[in-house]
Write a protein that binds this ligand. Structure first.
Ligand code: ADP
Ligand code: ZN
Ligand code: ZN
Length: 750
């Protein structure tokens, strides 16, 4: 690493300018040891050579312009690091760890200041005294006023609620707000910065007393806050064990000692109920971030954090880059969630980046899950993480009983329905008779149906992508759509191959399940939630809210319904086709299935009545399902880790996928083969596996061909060198017609 360079590419003044273009400078010999990626430097800039600050994004020995045209770096800032420097360091690490350009990494971690003035944020508050509001609520009891009641009831507890939260998180329309304003119940005023809302101190239960087990875990974690370099902690707590209460207790301790906390929650679990719990505890010192914030709004959130105006930042993946001055801890809830991994370059994993940031800042990293990722649990077993457990549900709630139903047996005994006899009996007893609720879960979205010929078997494919088209519509009508590029065509009258007219769609998804359910039980109120019914931003909260209010009996949905939601009325959970996710080809299929089924089972019986879980499958003996039925995480882990060890898969080995993209298939294959040969010559060693090139699972998307080379090795740093080698190879050969990307320990197919 003692290599020194002659030139540095520098981004000027990142807080004020767009970060899309670096400028090259000469590094004077006296500064060569000090200049490094991410360092803050002072340089003469522009016609007047005014001294500006900038950041080094890369080093090189190749000058872009004639040497005498280049200016020199004036000095390197060696003082304590501030917010921007920290973000630069984070970006530099990200680029090193995952590849791609420094600009890509900067754009991932930096808040970009926008020049345009943004719209003012508005907040709602009640007018007059509360009795008047209660009287008004009493007068509007008809079902059609449900939303008016809902918002007023919330406002009795909350001082000021941003309009945005009311519309997006509570599903309240602007029309409802207008009416209430006209009736003199609420007023809508502008507020300074977007900062969530605050609970009325008079009504808020500031803090729940913890159970002895919760307290014990919290105490251990609070002790670690004082350490200079606390080891990361993994909290394995079953669903409903009260992990969130523990997080809040530890965060409160961090805040009390003048530190700040970042809390990552998957976007989909970032519901009003969750946010309210944090506001009840931390009041206005909380800020939230979500993926729909504009660049300007995001910048405002960062500024609040930077200026020390908030102590807790809650949000999805990107909230991790909040530049707090004195970060005390990072919490990652539902740490096993796939959404913590970025699916575009740089493909970073929030848990890995959080490890780096926490270590650098001396902060505590706390990962929590009912079903920890195999990777995190493996690290805990190896002693890289401390392991804490919560193995009781809070209060009286008990874990549900689960049953695996062999659907082959059902068929043999004459039941052709998609619902087993057991599930039907439960729905009749619990839902129709006892008026309780059920959740049916299928891990595939509504229109997954492809269209094929019953005579020759030919499936209709997208002409631009190597995938089958999906039917939108029913019967032999509607359109066929490509979910990858948007291509559409009419439902084909004849098979393109054999001209048969027997073209039919194959549909097995949430929509079909919901239809069947309504046919079977005409009096049942069925709600459906999947990618098709949640296209608008407030749909998701609206469906969940309506189900929570028992406006429906059964909720049918994809995996999104199993994520972090409490429905005390639900006593039946069913996984309709539990093995669908086992069919996917990647090594994480069993882990994903186990997580989904365990989490789905955890939804049932959070109230008084014991829950029942039905797992329908064609592979009843599969260990992912049998352990999920027993809610036996450790049992599953043991089985899974031995399989990963045998197959040399992550986390036992690391896997790097080198991905090549290009319009000309022959060229992609030729370049990939040449790269593989080079790799073979220079990096091959005992214990290193090199595979490919092979076409990706989806070989072509949008007329772009996709090929992969795979490298497996136990040592991650060596794989990072392989990545660097490939990047340099592309640079040296000046290959520009083919894109090269990297995915370390991939979580999704390619
Ligand atoms: P998890 O995140 O582990 O699934 P939660 O923190 O959401 O669990 O807790 C489950 C339920 O139990 C929530 O409704 C929560 O309010 C309640 N709960 C948990 N711990 C306590 C406590 N100490 N006092 C009161 N209620 C609690
Ligand atoms: Zn045919
Ligand atoms: Zn397509």
């Amino acid at each position: 690493m003692s290599e020194t360079f002659l030139y540095a590419n520098i981004i000027i003044d990142i807080a004020h300018e767009k970060v899309d273009r670096p400028f090259q400078y000469k590094i004077p010999p006296v500064l060569r040891e000090k200049v490094a990626e991410g360092k803050k430097v002072y340089v003469p800039f522009g016609a007047g050579n005014k001294i500006r600050s900038g950041y080094v994004v890369s080093l090189t020995n190749d000058n872009e312009y004639a040497v005498d045209k280049l200016k020199e770096i004036q000095s390197v800032d060696e003082n304590a690091i501030g917010a921007e420097e920290k973000l630069m360091l984070t970006a530099a690490y990200m680029r090193h760890r995952y590849g791609g350009t420094m600009i890509q990494s900067l754009q991932t971690v930096l808040p970009i200041k926008q020049k345009v003035r943004q719209l003012e944020k508005k907040a709602i508050r009640l007018i007059g005294d509360e009795d008047r509001v209660r009287e008004y609520i009493a007068r509007i009891q008809a079902p059609r006023f449900a939303n008016r009641r809902k918002i007023l009831i919330e406002l009795l507890e909350i001082d000021e609620l941003p309009v945005e939260i009311a519309t997006e998180k509570l599903g309240i329309s602007k029309g409802v707000l207008k009416t209430l304003e006209k009736d003199g119940m609420i007023e809508i005023r502008s507020m300074r910065a977007f900062r969530g809302f605050s609970i009325k101190t008079s009504t808020a239960p500031l803090k729940n007393p913890l159970s002895p087990q919760q307290q014990a875990v919290a105490d251990e974690l609070i002790k670690k806050l004082e350490e200079d370099a606390p080891k990361p902690s993994l909290l394995h707590g079953i669903t409903g064990s009260g992990k969130t209460e523990v997080y809040m207790e530890v965060i409160a301790a961090a805040v009390a000692s003048g530190k700040q906390a970042i809390v990552l929650i998957p976007e989909i679990a970032l519901t009003f109920q969750t946010l309210k719990r944090f506001y009840a505890r931390f009041g206005k010192r909380v800020a939230i971030m979500h993926s729909r914030l504009s660049a300007g709004e995001r910048f405002d959130q960062y500024t609040l954090a930077k200026e020390g105006k908030v102590d807790v930042m809650i949000g999805p993946r990107s909230a991790l880059f909040t530049p707090f001055a004195n970060l005390g801890m990072i919490v990652i809830d539902e740490e096993h969630e796939g959404s913590y991994k970025s699916e575009s370059m740089p493909r970073y994993h929030a848990v890995e980046m959080a490890e780096y940031i926490a270590k650098r800042e001396g902060a505590l990293l706390l990962l929590g899950s009912a079903t920890p990722s195999i990777t995190s649990y493996y690290k805990a077993q190896k002693g890289n993480y401390d392991l804490h457990k919560l193995n009781n549900r809070f209060g009286e709630a008990t874990l549900p009983t689960a049953q695996i139903i062999d659907m082959r047996q059902e068929l043999k005994e004459g039941n052709k329905s998609v619902f087993s006899r057991k599930l039907k009996a439960l729905l009749t007893e619990r839902v129709l008779t006892k008026r309780q609720q059920a959740m049916l879960f299928i891990n595939r979205r509504g229109y997954a149906g492809f269209v094929s010929c019953r005579d020759c078997g030919e499936a209709v494919k997208c002409p631009h992508c190597e995938v089958s088209l999906s039917q939108h519509g029913s019967g032999q009508t509607g359109t066929l759509v490509c979910h990858y590029c948007g291509y559409e065509e009419e439902f084909p009258r004849r098979c393109p191959k054999c001209s048969s007219e027997k073209m039919y769609g194959m549909r097995a998804g949430t929509e079909q399940i919901a239809e069947q359910l309504c046919k079977l039980y005409p009096s049942m109120r069925v709600l459906r939630m999947d990618a098709d019914t949640t296209k608008k931003k407030d749909d998701y909260e609206e469906i969940l809210g309506s189900f929570a209010a028992h406006e429906a009996d059964t909720l049918v949905g994809t995996q999104m319904i199993v994520k972090g939601h409490d429905f005390p009325g639900v006593t039946v959970a069913g996984a309709v086709m539990a093995d669908l996710s086992l069919f996917s080809a990647d090594y994480r299929a069993a882990e994903r299935t186990f997580n989904l089924i365990t989490q789905a089972a955890g939804r049932a019986g959070r109230g008084e009545e014991k829950g029942e879980v039905v797992i329908q499958t064609y592979q009843p003996e599969h260990y992912a399902l049998t352990f999920a039925a027993k809610q036996d995480y450790e049992g599953f882990y043991e089985e899974e880790i031995s399989y990963r060890t045998l197959g040399a898969y992550p986390p036992v080995m690391h896997l790097l996928s080198l991905q090549l993209f290009g319009k000309n298939e022959d060229e992609v294959v030729a370049v990939a083969t040449a790269l593989k040969d080079e790799l073979e010559k220079s990096i091959l060693r005992p214990g290193l596996y090199l595979m490919g090139p092979t076409p990706a699972n989806i070989k072509k998307i949008n007329d772009v061909y996709r090929y992969g080379i795979y490298v497996k090795y136990a040592d991650l740093d060596e794989l990072i060198c392989v990545k660097d080698f490939a990047e340099q190879y592309f640079e040296k050969k000046e290959i520009s017609s083919i894109r090269l990307q990297f995915d370390f320990d991939p979580m999704n197919g390619f």
